[in-house]
Design a protein around this ligand. Structure first.
Ligand code: UD1
Length: 361
């Protein structure tokens, strides 16, 4: 059975790695990799393929940046050609980026079954492009692979049939455990320079946090304050980097103990955040990864589509205001550190479960 496995943006690459590895080991599945090219900088794309040992994709669509409509349209047009040529039985899409949406719609209209890995997550915030991508993708998917129980509830509430929903676990955590084992076995020769005292790691890239001058200033001021206590290391997304320069915040950061560094690929970033005293982020995946390793995480957002990281994990929603972040940080410095446990089925075997389901069709 032919399967197209699609990835396009940075947070997709760690999700397809274990799926592709599993598929390769199965006789019943002929899996081809499609990279839409939504992310294209070396640090945002190829570095992940190298680090995660994902082979060169069978197709690279070169979609690149643009408005949401332009980007989505470009991906749809080129992915349609691939589908028409390859005639797969199933298209597997992961996560919630524009590539996920574009390829699921394209496949479904060609009567190709769609499997969505990381289905059912809902933030309830329709101003997030990812929320629209999730809802539309789930609404047309034939196989809904869910990472946490809230996802099952959400899909039931939206009327999805029970036999399309599979509680599979979290492929991102498969990659995390797999790569941690490689680190432990000494398979990764290079280390990365880290402070020899407690430090914080920050990632920020959501348009709602970084595209508005005043909002970004407020968040940076909170980080500057935290950096008075401990070094803050901030691998920076191209969007955020552009805005910091454009809004004139370079000097503010230069005067503080915040180190802005280029975006890191998977392994160097893992080496950095796994030993952090605190992670502050607006990313989706990092909320889950910190929960899996028990690292305190402040999520700089008003909501999360990953509630299990709050109810069971180490994640705290601190909002996007300076005072909210500082209040949570004040509690943290007093030793009020939230403990957590690893959510059900985040055991490194999600890809195995998913490919078993698909292989039996
Ligand atoms: C995308 C995802 C988001 C994910 C994020 C992780 C959508 C809707 N959003 O957002 O869910 O958390 O990736 O990184 O799909 N750029 C580069 N080089 C690149 C890629 C982008 O310089 O390789 C710059 C471009 O100026 C581009 C901007 O970053 O316009 C934004 O890229 P885009 O792919 O549109 O969305 P992200 O903000 O990266």
């Amino acid at each position: 059975m032919k399967v197209l496995l699609v990835a396009g943006a940075r947070p997709n690459f760690m999700k397809i790695a274990p799926l592709y590895r599993e598929a390769l080991a199965m006789r019943s599945i002929n899996c081809m990799l499609v990279h839409t090219g939504q992310h294209y900088d070396y640090e945002m794309s190829q570095a992940f393929f190298d680090d995660l040992q994902i082979p060169k994709p069978h197709y690279f669509l070169g979609a690149g940046s643009g408005s949401h409509a332009v980007q989505t349209a470009k991906i749809m047009t080129s992915f349609e050609e691939v589908c028409l040529k390859e005639r797969p039985r199933i298209a597997v899409v992961v996560g919630d980026v524009n590539s996920t949406l574009a390829c699921s719609i394209t496949a479904k209209k060609l009567l190709i079954d769609v499997a969505h890995v990381e289905a059912g997550l809902r933030s309830g915030d329709m101003s997030m492009p990812e929320e629209i991508n999730r809802i539309v993708t789930d609404s047309i998917s034939d196989y809904l692979f869910v990472t946490e129980k809230s996802g099952i509830e959400n899909l039931r509430n939206e009327g999805k049939s029970e036999d399309s929903i599979f509680f599979a676990g979290n492929v991102m955590i498969d990659t995390l455990y797999f790569q941690l084992r490689r680190l432990k076995d000494g398979a990764v020769p290079v280390g990365i320079p880290k402070p020899d005292r407690p430090y914080a790691v920050v990632t920020l890239h959501r348009p709602s946090n970084v595209d508005n001058r005043e909002k970004l200033r407020e968040l940076l001021l909170a980080l500057v304050k935290i950096s008075e206590d401990m070094p803050v290391i901030f691998p920076i997304h191209p969007r955020t980097s552009k805005n910091i320069e454009e809004f004139g915040f370079t000097e503010l950061i230069r005067r503080s103990d915040i180190s802005l560094i280029a975006p890191l690929s998977y392994m160097p970033f893992l080496m950095l955040w796994k030993d952090a005293a605190l992670v502050l982020t607006d990313s989706g995946g990092l909320q889950e990864e910190t929960t899996a390793l028990g690292i305190p995480c402040f999520t700089i957002r008003e909501n999360t589509e990953r509630p299990v990281t709050i109810t069971e994990g180490t994640n705290i929603l601190v909002g996007t205001d300076h005072d909210g972040i500082m209040a949570a940080y004040g509690r943290f410095t007093k030793g009020e550190i939230k403990g957590g446990r690893v959510p059900e089925l985040w055991d490194g075997k999600a890809a195995q479960r998913i490919m078993k389901v698909l292989g039996e069709r």
